[in-house]
Design a protein around this ligand. Structure first.
Ligand SMILES: Cc1cc2nc3c(=O)[nH]c(=O)nc-3n(C[C@H](O)[C@H](O)[C@H](O)COP(=O)(O)O)c2cc1C
Length: 180
């Protein structure tokens, strides 16, 4: 069994997938990992739409790609998509956000995305968090009310890519002790 650090290091953004479908019990555990994610004032300001229907999946994939900018040309290959919507936060999270000039739901959704992608890695699955998307197109395809923001699309599937070495800043660049 992997240690947590080994699990974190084994997660990467996968941009090629095999045709093998994701088993329902694996998806269920990934969604449970999302469900228990922390959020400011426990507001849980999210909804997750699982897109498995082939036609809808292609339409959502199209809405994440941009030919001109050569963005996200690979998204049709993933057998499953989790579309992450921002829901209204509760009163305390909203008031706390006003007081501190922070939009907590964006932070909350990032944490959910981390739970999902790490849970996927734990299940031996690949994933890719996609932030670039045409929200209006996705709202239309999935019948999402216009006032609900589509913040992320997370691709899931069996990766067809080898594990890459991480390109990251050094610890010294990102951590300091007791002062800036
Ligand atoms: C909020 C967010 C949005 C992202 N959007 C995209 C995207 O639209 N397309 C893409 O290919 N990767 C996207 N990524 C993946 C990042 O490019 C990737 O996490 C980063 O380069 C580090 O590589 P790694 O995930 O393989 O370790 C996104 C990641 C995050 C956290």
């Amino acid at each position: 069994m992997k240690t947590f650090l080994e699990l974190v290091q084994s997660r990467q953004s996968d941009r090629a997938y095999s045709d093998k479908p994701v088993e329902p019990d694996k998806l269920e555990r990934i969604l449970e990992a999302a469900r228990v994610a922390p959020s400011a004032c426990n507001a849980q300001p999210w909804k997750i739409i699982v897109v498995s229907d082939a036609e809808k999946r292609m339409q959502v994939a199209d809405a994440t790609a941009n030919k001109l900018l050569a963005m996200n040309h690979f998204t049709k290959r993933a057998p499953l998509q989790l579309v992450i919507l921002e829901e209204n936060a509760n009163f305390t999270s909203t008031v706390g956000g006003w007081a501190t000039n922070k939009h907590y739901p964006h932070i909350d959704l990032g944490i959910v995305a981390a739970h999902i992608s790490l849970a996927a890695a734990d299940e031996g699955l690949g994933s890719c968090i996609i932030g670039w998307c045409d929200e209006k197109k996705i709202q239309k395809v999935l019948k999402i009310p216009k006032n609900k923001r589509v913040m992320l699309v997370i691709l899931l599937g069996y990766s067809a890519q080898a594990l890459r070495e991480k390109k990251r800043k050094s610890i010294d660049e990102i951590v300091s002790y007791d002062q800036y």
